[in-house]
Design a protein around this ligand. Structure first.
Ligand SMILES: NC(=O)C1=CN([C@@H]2O[C@H](COP(=O)(O)OP(=O)(O)OC[C@H]3O[C@@H](n4cnc5c(N)ncnc54)[C@H](O)[C@@H]3O)[C@@H](O)[C@H]2O)C=CC1
Ligand SMILES: O=c1[nH]c(=O)c2[nH+]cn([C@@H]3O[C@H](COP(=O)(O)O)[C@@H](O)[C@H]3O)c2[nH]1
Ligand SMILES: [K+]
Length: 505
């Protein structure tokens, strides 16, 4: 006979935190959001890899590329570069994060001397940058011939077919610095010469990067940056349970700091074999998370298989239709609560603490607080990050509002090769995700600052200065359907009803 769970499965929205006593020194500025990312012998050793803030970005093509990874690591979280691409492309993305030097920007809007003012206007509209290097071949690392900025042309006075070579500021008038120049020296040059940008060139006078005046200040104000021992940004990468023998070495060589098996469902021999392969070839040196699971059994299976962390969540994601198409899944709150209990039990038995990640279904910022209170060590978000400037997807205007595209990894759009029949059939048998828009929300830095302040403030309401303390002290209550109505603005006529209210909560 089938097994029946006693309780219905519940979502974050059905819970609230009841405040605890707040001591006078318990203020947001004093809160630490540090949290373990990989397993360790808690109480006996330091966790070898911790996050400075408990947020990671989803293993999705619409969310986690190298640009997102740099932006999120700057704020203290971590991205997992999406695995649904060729091994070479994924490894190259990881390498770009590891090679990234804060303040040194590889130019994405470049000109060749034969291009025209019309091209300048087009590039300006596409990328929004007003500084465009001119190189011999029009590439980001070609021989530097000049620069075009808004000071070099006047649209009202010039014809659109004028050649770039005729109005650019030529190389001989440019102040440049040699490759290897430190950021500090580059900025001194920028200030001494009153420049807005400084091209960095190599020994052959080919363009390496640009340093902008504004970047220096932002670099100084990121105390939570996730940096490795060589002061490079940290980055994770998604893998699958099929081509790991080729993919894992490529990602490790590219410098990935942690891997995660990316699947809708992780309670399988495929994942166990994948972890075993990593242990055989790398011992404990390569860190690997697994998932997703939604109950204690699934957690224990992956913990015993050697997973460094375990990810929770089936069908709760905003673009997910797995529950509808396959009838598998569980409410994200119930799944998180049960797996957290299993994690604690496993720790009591073995002395090994295996961090858990609640993945998907975070709609409001306070859902992050709830997930952590329920025992998650960190959360993974897709929709949240897809809304920002730094996500890889296109920003489009829909009915007068800016949107970003966001699609599921199990959607037809993702054309996830792992989900196609290996026997050579090219058709995807069924979809488990949708293609959608999410409201554009601006920069990751600004949005995360607000989200994290809310989290810290909630933690203080519960009298907690650290995440473990929060998990220990949290008091959670189920709410009735009617009290959910009471919790929103009610019985008033809203003056400004935004179409996507959820975005601002
Ligand atoms: N968290 C969620 O609720 C969901 C997430 N997704 C996302 O969609 C993407 C694809 O997920 P899945 O389809 O679950 O990918 P998957 O690679 O885990 O599974 C695809 C199919 O291949 C099978 N398989 C895996 N390894 C195998 C091996 N070594 N040999 C033979 N068969 C093997 C699986 O059992 C499954 O039928 C992922 O990015 C995932 O995160 C999709 C649906 C739901
Ligand atoms: O049922 C699904 N079909 C899909 O196509 C799909 N793509 C991603 N995911 C999962 O959703 C998570 C992101 O969820 P949010 O947008 O709610 O943050 C991700 O982290 C994944 O766990 C999918 N689930
Ligand atoms: K299974």
């Amino acid at each position: 006979m089938a097994f029946y769970f006693d309780e219905p499965s519940r979502t974050f929205n059905e819970y609230l935190l009841v405040p605890g006593h707040t001591p006078a020194d318990c203020v947001p500025a004093a809160v630490s959001l540090k949290t373990p990312l990989v397993k360790y012998r808690k109480g006996q050793e330091e966790c070898p890899l911790t996050l400075n803030v408990p947020m990671v970005s989803a293993i999705m093509a619409a969310v986690s590329d190298d640009k997102m990874a740099v932006a999120l690591a700057t704020e203290g979280g971590l991205s997992f570069i999406y695995g649904n691409q060729s091994i070479e492309d994924e490894a190259a993305m990881v390498a770009r994060v590891k090679d990234y030097k804060a303040g040194f920007v590889t130019s994405d809007a470049n000109l060749s001397p034969e291009m025209t003012l019309a091209d300048v206007v087009e590039l300006h509209e596409k990328f929004g940058h007003s500084t465009m290097p001119v190189t011999a071949d029009g590439s980001a690392h070609g021989k530097l011939l000049g620069i075009v900025t808004e000071r070099d042309y006047r649209l009202s006075r010039m014809s659109l077919d004028e050649r770039v070579a005729d109005f650019m500021t030529p190389r001989e008038k440019l102040v440049v610095a040699q490759d290897g120049t430190t950021l500090k020296v580059a900025n001194d040059i920028i200030w001494d010469h009153k420049l807005n940008s400084l091209p960095i060139v190599d020994a052959n006078d080919c363009l390496v990067a640009l340093v902008f005046r504004k970047d220096y200040d932002s670099h100084k104000s990121n105390p939570d940056e996730m940096l490795d021992a060589h002061k490079r940004y940290m980055v994770g990468a998604g893998i699958n349970s099929r081509d790991y023998a080729e993919r894992v070495p490529a990602l490790v060589n590219a410098g990935a700091d942690v891997l995660c098996i990316d699947s809708s469902e992780g309670y399988s021999d495929w994942q166990k074999l994948t972890i075993q392969w990593v242990r055989e070839h790398y011992g404990d040196a390569v860190k690997i998370g697994a998932g997703n699971v939604v109950d204690a059994e699934g957690f224990r299976f992956l913990a015993e298989a050697g997973a460094d962390f375990v990810k929770i969540g089936i069908g709760g994601g905003s673009i997910c239709i797995t529950r509808e198409t396959k009838g598998i899944g569980r409410g994200q709150a119930t799944a998180t609560i049960e797996v957290a209990k299993a994690r604690d039990e496993y720790f009591r038995e073995t002395g090994i603490y295996v961090p858990i990640c609640s993945d998907g279904g975070i709609v409001y910022d306070h859902h992050i607080s709830l997930a952590l209170a329920m025992g998650a060590d960190f959360v993974m978000l897709g929709r949240y990050f897809a809304r920002f400037d730094e996500s890889p997807s296109a920003k489009v205007m829909v009915n007068g509002t800016y949107m970003k595209e966001y699609w599921g990894e199990g959607s037809a759009r993702a054309r996830n090769w792992g989900r196609y029949d290996l026997g050579g059939k090219k058709s995807l048998s069924f979809e488990e995700g949708v293609d959608s828009y999410v409201p554009y929300a601006g920069s990751l830095k600004d949005n995360m600052a607000i989200t994290l302040l809310k989290l810290k403030s909630t933690m203080c309401n519960c009298g907690a200065l650290t995440i473990p303390e929060f998990q220990d002290k949290a008091k959670l209550t189920l709410v009735s359907a009617t009290s959910i109505v009471e919790g929103g603005a009610h019985d008033v006529l809203l003056k400004d009803k935004a179409p996507y209210a959820s975005n601002t909560r």
